[in-house]
Design a protein around this ligand. Structure first.
Ligand SMILES: [Zn+2]
Length: 287
């Protein structure tokens, strides 16, 4: 196979036309629409905002720093229209774009992944499957963009909830997720306490390994957790008393992956956060 950077880019580009996302079809209304904007989008917005009379396409292009991308100006403006009112009007014999402000109700999350968002996710993945680490250039895989937390569980079509997976990992994940009840997962993921989200997810697998990546998603679903491993360890503190051990499991595509297994479940006390803090204070050694 041609492994030149150019050929790699070409394969990557063609793979972006594959099937996108899992579970989108069953999705109900999603909490809030987040539009992810690239630098070029922001430049367009700023240029238009500072020119209330509007800018024609040439004036607008002249304001943008990145030359190569200017031919996609129309598309960038379409992306922006998910969230902003930017009509094109004929003023004094020329067509200008006018910035009218944010849309009152953001466009509903249809699960559609805009080109900008797709490019951002692929760029972040650096040509590798974000689950198994195999690469487009070395392993002849294709990458698909996937919602980490499925839309049917309340996951958003936003940069933080998208990643690039090879077809085998994406298929395996889709089959694995099909075992879960959507309603239950929505309920778990909407819990405010990271401890509740983790313990409830482990409980669904009581006596069986829960893949680490699932725990990581769940931990980060409503607030970003810098150290979700530590949150798991905290659930093992005696006042909480969950019995959790590190293990591994064979994923549906036959590869080993790291996992955690819950062997003993206890309901989390209402004041679990305080109990965890108190325990840490008691056991802290000389700092
Ligand atoms: Zn993979």
């Amino acid at each position: 196979m041609d492994r030149s950077p150019r050929a790699t880019r070409a394969r990557l580009a063609s793979s972006t036309d594959a099937v996108w996302g899992v579970g989108g079809q069953i999705g109900v209304a999603v909490s809030k629409a987040v539009t992810n904007l690239g630098t070029i989008h922001i430049e367009i917005l700023e240029a238009l905002r500072s020119s209330p009379a509007g800018l024609d396409v040439y004036e607008l292009r002249a304001r943008l720093t990145e030359g190569g991308i200017q031919q996609h100006l129309d598309r960038r403006i379409r992306d922006l229209r998910d969230r902003y009112s930017i009509p094109r009007r004929k003023v004094g014999g020329r067509w200008v774009y006018i910035y009218e402000g944010e849309l009152r109700t953001p466009a509903p999350d249809t699960g559609r992944i805009s080109r900008t968002l797709r490019a951002e996710v692929l760029h972040r993945a650096q040509g590798r499957c974000q689950m198994c680490g195999r690469s487009v250039s070395e392993d002849d895989i294709k990458l698909e963009i996937d919602h980490k937390i499925p839309r049917s569980w309340g996951g958003e079509t936003a940069s933080e909830n998208l990643w690039a997976l090879c077809q085998s990992c994406n298929g395996g994940k889709r089959n694995y997720f099909a075992n879960f009840d959507d309603e239950m997962m929505r309920r778990i993921l909407s819990k405010r306490s990271v401890y509740e989200r983790l313990s409830e997810t482990l409980r669904l697998h009581l006596g069986r390994p829960t893949p680490s990546w699932l725990l990581e998603f769940v931990a980060n679903s409503t607030d970003f957790q810098e150290d979700w491993h530590k949150r798991l360890r905290e659930l093992r503190y005696p006042p909480i008393g969950l019995v959790i051990r590190a293990t591994r499991r064979k994923n549906p595509s036959g590869k080993w992956e790291s996992a955690y297994q819950l062997d003993v479940f206890k309901d989390l006390p209402e004041n679990h956060k305080q109990l965890i803090k108190d325990h840490e204070r008691r056991t802290r050694v000389g700092d």
